[in-house]
Design a protein around this ligand. Structure first.
Ligand code: HPA
Ligand code: ZN
Length: 333
């Protein structure tokens, strides 16, 4: 039985760095990692909070140095994603995390683009690239990053906002998002994972985002939920990430089903699959089990993923993907 076709819309490419590849790249690039091996490294994956995740996430990135490293990273993700039914992926990357280490933005973008440009042919996956700004850095740094990305915008569909949310409201990036819009870029932002519902409103009203990444805490604000339903704003939810980063206690407590029942356009995604215990197909299975979702709810999630994607309404592949979801036959399990 082939897996349910789906799009992945919330995926940090740096978060797909598996311990094995990290050690391979460390050896190739002469980078010392403070772990004795992959087993030892895996023990560091038991996070207590967002900061302990970021500490490891940024530490391991040190192994990514050349364009080939980024190509290998992206190609490994695309192969795994394709095997789990992903037909379309909109992929985040964090240029500031690399430029801060002396890796030029062109190396990052061209390395990733080399894998993405071949993804359709090699893996049957269509792709787009979304450049994220680190919200715990300054708005000036984000603006400088947008400026540095200008020669590479033909590879980039949109901008996003990630890293430590609390205390770094969307409004801080008002000018950067206005500049991104004037360059023809699409706009999304992480909001409402750790931050309050007000951050979701700001992302919509001040940044003009067309999709909210996470958006979990909208559920604390019924009026906001009504608005998100009315305006059909997609929310890219990452249930395994929410458990591992302690936004919810257990998967059984996750509000995904309540969000669907409220009529929200929710999608299910993996966020940082190497760190949070599963790729997007694994995540679909996990929520199905934990929340007792039925087949038609799983189909709805898959449908939502293509509906919420940046694929144009008149793109034939959008119709093809949706047809593949509609005609998908679930196996016996
Ligand atoms: N949250 C916020 N920023 C991020 C994450 C995350 O889970 N992963 C990569 N950047
Ligand atoms: Zn994320």
């Amino acid at each position: 039985m082939p897996p349910l076709p789906k799009a992945e819309l919330h995926l940090h490419i740096e978060g797909t760095l598996e311990p094995e590849l990290a050690f391979d790249l460390a050896a190739r690039n002469g980078v010392a990692l403070p772990y004795t091996g992959t087993e030892d490294l895996r023990k560091a994956y038991l996070f207590t909070d967002l900061q302990s995740f970021f500490d490891l996430y940024y530490e391991l990135m040190a192994v990514l140095r050349t364009a080939e490293d980024f190509t290998e990273l992206a190609d490994a993700y695309l192969a795994r994603a394709a095997a789990q039914g992903v037909r379309h992926a909109e992929i985040f990357f964090d240029p500031q995390a690399h430029t801060a280490r002396g890796v030029p933005i062109g190396t990052v973008v061209e390395g990733l683009a080399h894998a993405l440009d071949r993804a359709d042919e090699r893996h049957g996956v269509s792709t787009q690239l979304i450049m994220c700004f680190l919200r715990d850095r300054s708005a000036d740094s984000a603006m400088a990053t947008l400026d540095a990305a200008k020669p590479y915008l033909h590879h980039i569909s949109g901008v996003g906002l990630d890293s430590a949310e609390a205390g770094n409201p969307p409004a801080k990036f008002r000018e950067v998002y206005a500049a991104a819009e004037s360059l023809g870029l699409r706009k999304v932002a992480h909001a409402g994972a750790e931050g309050p519902p007000a951050y979701i409103r700001e992302a919509l009203d001040i940044l003009g985002v067309e999709r909210v990444d996470h958006g979990l805490r909208a559920m604390e604000d019924p009026e906001l939920v009504q608005r998100l339903v009315r305006e059909r704003v997609p929310l890219t939810v990452c249930p395994l990430s929410n458990v591992r980063l302690r936004a919810v206690d257990t998967l059984e407590d996750h509000p995904l089903r309540a969000m669907m029942d409220a009529g929200l356009l929710v999608t299910v995604n993996s966020d940082d699959p190497a760190y949070f215990g599963g790729y997007v197909g694994d995540t679909f299975h996990a929520v199905r089990e934990a929340l007792g979702l039925d087949r038609e709810q799983m189909r709805q999630l898959a449908r939502n993923s293509f509906e919420a994607s940046f694929l144009d309404h008149d793109e034939p592949r959008r119709r093809r993907y949706l047809d593949a979801v509609d005609t998908y036959e679930f196996g016996g399990s």
